[in-house]
Design a protein around this ligand. Structure first.
Ligand SMILES: [Fe+2]
Ligand SMILES: [Fe+2]
Length: 172
């Protein structure tokens, strides 16, 4: 009886977590600039939109696996916006600020600040997610480290064609 009650509680908690994820992520996803990222390719056949939602999803999964406390709202929002650079990096490698790999965190944070109100954790996530490529931009918060790692994991899955997600997978 106790085991069943525990299972139900766990299931309810998971449902609440999923609901919260959808609520926070969808609020950003509805923005017209975020909708544009559905038409931009990140890796393979994965859009920048799908990649960003997946990074948010896996960042939370990683935090739970590690059993660490984290700011869930900032983590979701920072991950959703970490690649908010809004151009096709396959066609436009040099965007004025430098090569895409090095410059896009700054571009993404400028765009994100234009469209949304961000806290310092969310900004740090966006600006530092390419570490160690951007060697001097060391992540300051644990949320930034989580996104930095989840981003590399998702990028690898996508490059190898092993991802099992698209634009809607984690938002439905
Ligand atoms: Fe990126
Ligand atoms: Fe990314």
């Amino acid at each position: 009886m106790k085991t069943m009650a525990r299972r139900t509680t766990k299931k309810t908690a998971l449902m609440r977590e999923r609901e919260y994820f959808r609520k926070i992520a969808s609020a950003l996803a509805e923005h017209e600039d975020m909708q544009k990222t559905k038409k931009l390719t990140q890796h393979g056949n994965v859009s920048v939109f799908a990649h960003s939602v997946a990074v948010a999803h896996y960042s939370i999964k990683l935090a739970k696996k590690l059993g660490i406390a984290f700011d869930r709202r900032s983590l979701i929002r920072g991950a959703m916006l970490h690649d908010f650079f809004l151009y096709d990096w396959h066609k436009t490698n040099n965007v004025g600020d430098g090569l895409h790999g090095f410059a896009h965190p700054a571009t993404a944070s400028k765009n994100a600040l234009r469209d949304f109100c961000l806290n310092k954790r969310e900004l740090d996530i966006i600006r530092k997610h390419m570490w160690p490529l951007t060697l001097t931009k060391l992540p300051l918060h644990r949320e930034s480290w989580l996104v930095c790692i989840a981003d590399k994991y998702c990028s690898l899955l996508e490059t190898l064609g092993l991802n099992k997600y698209d634009d809607d997978t984690f938002l439905n």
